[in-house]
Structures are given as structure tokens and as C-alpha cells.
Ligand binder design. Sequence first.
Ligand code: GLU
Length: 503
Amino acid sequence: MKNRKKKELLMSEVRVRFAPSPTGYLHIGGLRTALFNYLYARHTGGKMLLRIEDTDRTRFVEGALENLLKALKWSGVEIDEGVMLDENGHVTEKGDCGPYIQSERVKAGIYDKYIDQLIEEGKAYYCFCSQERVDKVRDQMRADGLTPKYDGLCRSIPLEEAKQRVANGEEHTVRLKLPKDYDISFNDRIKGKITFNTDDQDDQVLIKRDGYPTYHFAVVVDDHLMGITHVVRGDEWISSTPKHVYLYEAFGWQAPEYIHLPTVLNKDHKKYSKRNGDGMVEDFIEEGYTPEGLINFLSLLGWSPDSEEEIFTMEELAKQFDFDRVNKTGAVFDKKKLDWVNGHYVRELSPEELAKDIKPYMIKAGLIDESYPEDKLVLLAETWQSAIDKFSDAPELAKNYYIKSDEIEYDDDAKEAISTENAKTLFAAFLNQLDQVDEIDADFAKSVMKTIQKETGIKGKDLWFPVRAAVTGSVHGPDLSNAFLIMGKDLVKDRLEYVRDNF
Ligand code: GLU
């Protein structure tokens, strides 16, 4: 009695899963799928599972699982059950439906009785056709203008005979025996009712020559055994769904609800595919995006809130998110928008936090080294905070505070400003002021422009543009006194002498 109650409770709870095949790094489209699953789980008080689908051994990549879990953890998408990282960053599994890695499930023999059941009930059959023959049949169909599929040659082999051939060690696969001219329908939460006719479907391989189940077979058995209530995945899987729905029917199981998410498109409106090698989450981490920024941006890839608001924390998203506001059509990945959203989160950091975040980028660009004074880095962060959208922006924005004077590329406005007669007077006055101090301190940095103004009578743009241009390479930019402080006496002096002598 107690057990049944537990089971009923489990059935009423939303259980979603992210089910990646670890064939490399985590793609941004994969993270969007994981996120929408996660948000729905949080929204409904349900559970988020992670299952690894690695039955395609040819696509196995060493270390891919750790990378994927690390990227997911970084993003803030949390796993309640299944495969996850422990506190020490090691891969572990948690939950009552394990193992959660399909290759482990194969070893545990979990799929055996289900395939046997289908074979015994005449819903699947042994196929002894060689790969060569299957390819030939398909090629011929293609040449005849037909949809290529298996011609069903082995469907009529009597089961006893087939079993004997299997016992004799003959190489074989197991295929789904689809009934002829039969409509399979399912209701996609986003796209509505979708119907496929079995005449357009292949007798899908369920067990491969190597004895491993195919994705199609394993996904159904596992989703069922793991009590998955909603399958939320990219819409490239829609054409596979009738096979899955038919398998549920064949087993007499209740199919989960299907939610196929709109494709993530690149700016050319083509599928933003991982085969092109771009769009890996790791690359965004390396470029210095914040998890909050990337997640916020991804949440808007195919979903829109009930308001004009575009900035959301994970908690706010979980509160508002539902599939009702997920679009039917593709969602374009706009990097400019990502930068804008991420910039919002950069702005929220304290200068001390931002300093830590930009430090590795400044070091990598060769502008500073490990021993660079913390207070200067904090001042640099504060100075450029409003212009930094991602941490890797920092070196490009701030490089003129560090490089040699003859490496500065003065823009056209700067060149014009530093070539005026006024400029010569100003530089002389500034250099004179510098000669009177050992180092630029906060007082000097704040007051020097006023002192020069008084001394030369030059003010406004005529004062600011030449000095700013000489010292920073541009007539525009953030607080100039901060630049003086960060650069220090020697470098500011060098800049002024350089422009005095070269323009
Ligand atoms: N293993 C599939 C993938 O790599 C998951 C598809 C599904 O969610 O059913 O994307």
C-alpha cells in the first residue's frame, strides 16, 4: 500500500530530462534545451533528470561527459536526479532509476526483456540483411524517386527460423515491425497535432549489429522506466517522434507529453549547428560571458515573457516560464543581443569582482602580469565597467593605458586634436606639472587639468581633447583622471613627449 502511494505520487510529479549524447562539448542549443527543461521542472515543482545517451559507440568522445557536466554546472542549470558532478567535480549518479548512462544500462541487461517482448508479440523482427544490401535497397529507392527505407525483406521470416539463425551466430539487427498504412498521431504542446502514416516510415532498427540498442529504442524504454512525464527537446527530433509514439503503443505504455522547441538559427537563418564547430558553451565561457547573462539570453531564444521586460534571474524565469509562450518558429541567435544582456550583468558586479574577472584577460593580452597592483586593477575595472559587455572586452578597451607610446593608434579626431597649436602649449604645461611630482597621486590626477587651464587660459574642448587624445589615443573615453592614475607619471610623461615630438 505504502509503495503504491509512493508510485502514484511519483506519477503526478513533473519529471523532465536532458538526455545528451556526449560527442564533444556542450552546444548552446543543447544548453537551451537543458534550460527549458530545468525551468519547467522548477516552475512546476518537478524533477530535472540527466541521462547520458551513449549507445552510438562510434561517436564516443573521451572526456566529453565531464566537459558537458562542467559547462552545465557553470550555467546554473541544476540536476536533481541522474548523472551529475559531486562536490569534488567527479561524475556521479543519484536516484532510484539508475544507472542513468545508457551504456551502463546495456551492460545491466535492462533493454533485453523489452526487445524480447516486442519480438515475441510480433511487433519487432530479426533482420539478417547485410549493411551492403540495406544501402543498395535505399540507393535504388532514392534513384526511383522514393523515400529511402528498408524494403522489409526479413519481415516474413518465421520467428522460430529467425531464432535458429540467431542461435547459429548469424549477424543481425532487430527492427520495428510497423503496420501498413497506419496513422500515428501525437499532440505536440507547441506545434499542435501531428500525424504521420506508417507507409512513410522506416522499419526502424531497434537493436544494432553490435547488440546495442539504437537511440530510438533506448529513449522510449528509458523515458518510460524513469517516469518521464514531458519530453522537451529540439524540433529536429519531431520526425523521430512517431517511431517513439508507436513504441509506446506497442508496449501499452502511456506516452509522455511532447514539447519540441524551435530551432536555434544563426544570423543567416540557418540551423545554428554544432557541426560547424561554433556555438560551444565553453567558447562563451572563455570569451568572458557570465552564466547569468548567457542563461538570460538563452531563455529568450524561443520563449518570451508576458511583458516587455528582458532581464531575468533564474528564479524569475522559473516563476514565469511555461510552454504557452514558446514560439513555433525558429529563434535567431543574435550575438549583439547576447552582449547587451550580458553587459547588464557585468554592470551589476562590484569593481572588485570585475577586476578579478578581467584580470586573466588582461594578463593573456600581455598588458599586465600576475603581480599587477590590485588597487589599480579595481580602478581600471571601475573606469571601464560601463563599456564592458564581456570580460574579454577589457584588454581591447583599456590597452592604450598600457602599451608603448609608439604602438598607439591615434584615431583621426585624436590626430587632429594633438596637432593644434593649443596642444603644444598644453603638453608643455602638463609636462611642467609632472616634473614637480614624484608620482601621480589622486590629488594630482583630479587637479592637474584645472591647473593647466588656469595656466594656459585654454578651456573646454580645446583643453580636454588634445590632452585626452595624447594620453589615451582618443578624444572620447571614461574619466581621464583615472587614466592618469592607472598609467602613472612615467607613462603619461612618455605619451606627452611622444606626441609633442611626432605630431
Ligand atoms: N540524445 C539525444 C541528443 O543527443 C536526445 C534526444 C531526446 O531528447 O530525445 O540530442
